[in-house]
Design a protein around this ligand. Sequence first.
Ligand code: FES
Length: 67
Amino acid sequence: MYVCLCHGVKDKDIEGLIRQGHTSVRAIRECSGAGGDCGSCACDVRAMLQRVRARDQREIDLVVAAK
Ligand code: FES
């Protein structure tokens, strides 16, 4: 699904950037352009950052709890 129509950036692209260590809207904008023009996708990028972080933390918590 496209998140940024101005730059043709999909949710999978942004998720990949987050997993590569791009942990801010600014970092994602610098790599993909998302949020750099009209800016209407910036809140979606921010929400994706929060979702991926929360999911990663849940996975870490599960691994720690299993030990
Ligand atoms: S939709 Fe992403 S900058 Fe316009």
